[in-house]
Every structure is written in structure tokens, then in C-alpha cells.
Unconditional design. Sequence first.
Length: 367
Amino acid sequence: MQLPYSGVLDIAHFSRLFDNKSECYKLFWFQAIAREIKEGHRVISFEALINEMIADAWYMVSEYHLNLGPNDALERVVHRLSEISQIKSSEKKEVIMGYLMSCEDKEVLVMKRTLSQNVPYRLQAPFMESMKGKEWNRSGKNLAERINQEQNLIYYFLPFRGLDTQIQIQKEWADYIERNHEIIQGWIELNLIQYLQRRNPSVPGIVDKLFPPKERNLEKVKKYWKMIVSIRPVCEIYGENLLNEKDISIDHFVPWSYVAHDELWNLTPTTRSINSSKSNSLPDWDSYFPMLCKNEYLSYEMMWKYPQIHESFDKCAKEHLNDQETRHKLYQRGLSESEFSRRLEEVIFPVYQSAKNMGFSNWNLKV
């Protein structure tokens, strides 16, 4: 990706910041720096940047169950925070940041110090080609003093004070990053997507898993099921409660946090309270897949029987059936219930099993 030209800055070396992506720390560290610059900050502490890194990684690890790397310190600190706090996996970032700023847990502090040991210094290595081998094997204080002797860096270190150590962004670099922030943020995200895809090769929708989950628009699907319920009684699959038009909530059978899509074959009507209880867990397959098949086949039968339901289905399909092969496989006319169920299992079970392998927890309403 081509970065914007500058007549005074070394963009050639700047564009090599992420050449070595064996770990993710450089990506999160520089993303935090760019964000702070955009907000007008030019002197920033290690801890402020590390808190940003942890908050950015929170959703990837806690909500989406992504792997950040073998024995990754960011991943470990997110798991520790999950253990000691009541923070929801989809919590607002400002809540996570507030908790981090006041957290005095010894393990969290140790992990923060671990995160501060290399990346603040190593990020700018492309600018410092004269520094070789053993020159990097110094304590933080001595390494910061050595780096401060270099010319034309993005930032320099103020007096060393552990996590309270501050970096000072150079004016020309701050102006460049602020002026070109959208392009630079896109460059960071591109590199982060490439890194996460390599670490999570079987996980779909990586591009949608860099940020907190957003509210999804499932109104067409809800209207489709409301129309079915208005004609024929339907029990939702988890508590087998009779559905009514006033309390229908659309659930992703395999959590959206894994599939990152709203395909119709993975959506089932339930109540708001049950949907909230299930959250982003995996429903127990043996308990609930047979009921899912039953309800999906009911909707299939009614779609072919009632023109108004077929019309509603077609409106749903425009947004919620994006693979024509799957649409033909599941919704062609004339399928028996056993054939429909077999085909639905072929579509959904590999996705379910992959989510299970990624660590999504098993859920059963009755347990």
C-alpha cells in the first residue's frame, strides 16, 4: 500500500514499520500512537498506550475468540481481565479503558510491564539500520538513551520511569500522521487483517472483527417470522415457548461473533430474554439442532404455500442469502423434511464445529 509522500520525512523507512509481523505488538502500539496524535496528544505515557492496546485487543480476544499468537501477552492480559472483572465481551471501550486505568491487579501490572519491554523501542528499528545485534540487548533506560541519539525518528523517550515513561512525538511526524490519519489507519488495519488471517486461517469475517460488534439490522427477518407466526403457531427452539408477534428476537444459531454474517439459514426466532441469555454462546447441538431443523422446515413449507410469505422471503433473501448455491440447496421447491434437514446440517455443522474449536462455550437453557 502506497503511503502519502513527504518532502521532509523518511517515508521509505516509515513504510517498513510492519515488515516483521511475527507478533502483533507493533501493530497495536502504533495504532494507539496514531489515535493519540489524532486526538492532539504529543507526549504520551507507556501505560496510556498499553491501555489502548489492551482495549483494542479486548474485542478480538473476548468477543471474537481470535488467536493473537503463541503465548501472546496481549491475549493473556485480556483473559486475565475477563477473570477478575465483570466487563462484558461487547462492553464500550470507555468502560474498558476506565477499568484499566484504575486496575491494581498484580498480574495485570506484570503483563503491562512485559508489553513495555520491547515494542516501544523495536517499532522504529527500520529507521536505525546502524543498530545491530547486541546493541538491542540493553535495559529499557539504556536502550532509550541509545535510541535518543538517532536522527529523524517519529518519537523520542523522555526520562525513564517504567510504565510512566513518556514518548514525545516529533512535530513533523505528528503533522504528517494527523494530516493523513485515515490513510495511515487503513494501512494499519490492512496489516492487522493480514496478521490475524495468518493466525486464524479457518475463521470467517476477520475484517469485521477488528472493532466492537455493531447493532445489526434484522428487521426483514423479523417481519418474515412475524408473518409466519400470524398464520400458524410457532414455538422457539430453546425453551419451546409459543412465539407471539410482540416478543420476537432474531438469534444467530452459531454466534455472529464467529460467523460475522446474517445469513438466513443461521437465524432463528426466539424471545428477547432467551436471546440475551444465550448471548454469543454455542447452543448444545444435540439439544437444539433438531428443533432448528423443524422450525426452518416449517418456514420453508409456508414460504412455498403462501404467496405473501414467499414475497417476504424474497425481501429477506436479497440481504440475507448471499450465496446462490446455498440458496438453491436449501430453498428449492419440493424438498422433504428429512432431505431439508440433511442439507441444513451439511451447511451449518462445519461452521458450528469450527466455532466450537475456537473456544465458543456450549450453552443449554435447561442446565
